[in-house]
Design a protein around this ligand. Structure first.
Ligand SMILES: NC(=O)c1ccc[n+]([C@@H]2O[C@H](COP(=O)([O-])OP(=O)(O)OC[C@H]3O[C@@H](n4cnc5c(N)ncnc54)[C@H](O)[C@@H]3O)[C@@H](O)[C@H]2O)c1
Length: 330
């Protein structure tokens, strides 16, 4: 299948590119133009992968680039987004521009060029602190941060294009995903990197919040499963159905890294009270039923195996180089 992937240089994108090239898909990879002339995590992939992909630089807000990037593809997978919640408090306008207007540009171009499949990436953050758990796709959507609000709006636009124009849109809604190449700002890399940096006292925000942590390999399998089916007009959760508190995470990771640590509250990392999403735990029944998707890295054994793979990746000195500087201590 000929597929345009936006956000291809990011955490999800680089893993998706690796998987889909191996499965024989022809990929056009959109990378956000930058002054450093780098292609993000795509630069770290093996030549066997990169020689088979076409990389184009641009911005999803740029109609001209998007129109020419989209035509002649069978499918679009939209991963491009601004994703940091703390930054969204300061830069809400940028989030509206990229996450909402950028998605709109893609939907319009996909409609114009009659793209046969449009996979839009949502997030579990759209549910806010749950009214009930496990959270299914019918749970109300509550924007507790500008990030979540823009993702809700983008999801609604995508689904409205299906309802209004019969556009073949599917919304995939991953819960917190982790693994190699994730930004140092996310909680699992933060804990691992602080320990690797020799810290015995970890500076963290709210450690009582609970999240459904899905290993990147499982999340990518969910995207792959959608490519094989036609669940148009559907929103599909991708999560394990298990949740851990941040405190649990610290215990598990520090044990795996054979280091005794304490936790110190870093007030800078606290989200405003009404903005903090206290718990996210997926009901993944729909993904199991429609996509035949079954996460592998679940329960204590599977979760620890995935954490182990993640620790090993960040511990490799070549990979660690990418996290030098201030992000090292985030
Ligand atoms: N990481 C998670 O745990 C998680 C969970 C749920 C949903 N998601 C969603 O998955 C998607 C991918 O997230 P990720 O974790 O890979 O994040 P990421 O930041 O690694 O990747 C996002 C990519 O989008 C690109 N981008 C940003 N603005 C752009 C623009 N204007 N034009 C073109 N490209 C632009 C960035 O350069 C980046 O490479 C996002 O939509 C995110 O909301 C992520």
């Amino acid at each position: 299948m000929k597929i345009l992937i936006t956000g291809s240089e990011g955490f999800f994108g680089s893993h998706l590119v690796e998987r889909l090239v191996k499965k024989g898909h022809k990929l056009k990879c959109l990378v956000l133009y930058n002054a450093f002339n780098n292609f993000g995590w795509l630069d770290s992939l093996s030549k066997n992968i990169t020689k088979k992909i076409q990389i184009i630089t641009g911005d999803i807000r740029d109609e001209n680039i998007i129109n020419s990037a989209i035509k002649n593809n069978d499918c679009v997978i939209n991963l491009a987004a601004l994703i940091g919640i703390p930054y969204s408090y300061n830069a809400a306008k940028s989030y509206v521009d990229t996450n909402i207007l950028g998605t709109l540009k893609l939907l319009e171009a996909a409609k114009l060029y009659k793209i046969k499949k449009f996979i839009h990436t949502s997030t579990s953050e759209v549910y806010g602190t749950p009214k009930y758990v496990p959270i299914d796709e019918n749970h109300p959507l509550v924007g507790q941060s500008p990030y979540a609000a823009t993702k809700i709006a983008a999801d609604q636009l995508a689904i409205s294009f299906h309802r209004s124009f019969d556009q073949p849109v599917t919304i995939i809604r991953p819960f917190n995903t982790f693994g190699p190449r994730q930004s140092a700002r996310a909680i699992i890399p933060t804990i691992i990197l602080q320990i690797l940096n020799g810290n015995k006292v970890l500076k963290l925000g709210n450690t009582d919040t609970r999240r459904d942590f899905t290993f990147i390999d499982d999340t990518i399998s969910g995207f792959e499963a959608i490519l094989k089916k036609k669940p148009f007009g559907e929103v599909i959760n991708l999560g394990t159905g298990y949740d851990y508190s941040i405190k649990d995470l610290v215990k598990i990771i520090s044990k795996e890294m054979s280091t005794k640590v304490e936790i110190e509250l870093d007030k800078k990392r606290l989200r405003p009270k009404k903005s903090e999403v206290l718990r996210l735990k997926a009901n993944n029944g729909k993904a199991r039923k429609i996509l035949n998707w079954k996460p592998k890295y679940i329960k204590q054994k599977g979760f620890i195996a995935a954490i182990r793979k993640t620790i090993d990746w960040y511990s490799d000195s070549e990979n660690l180089q990418n996290f030098k500087g201030d992000s090292y201590n985030i």
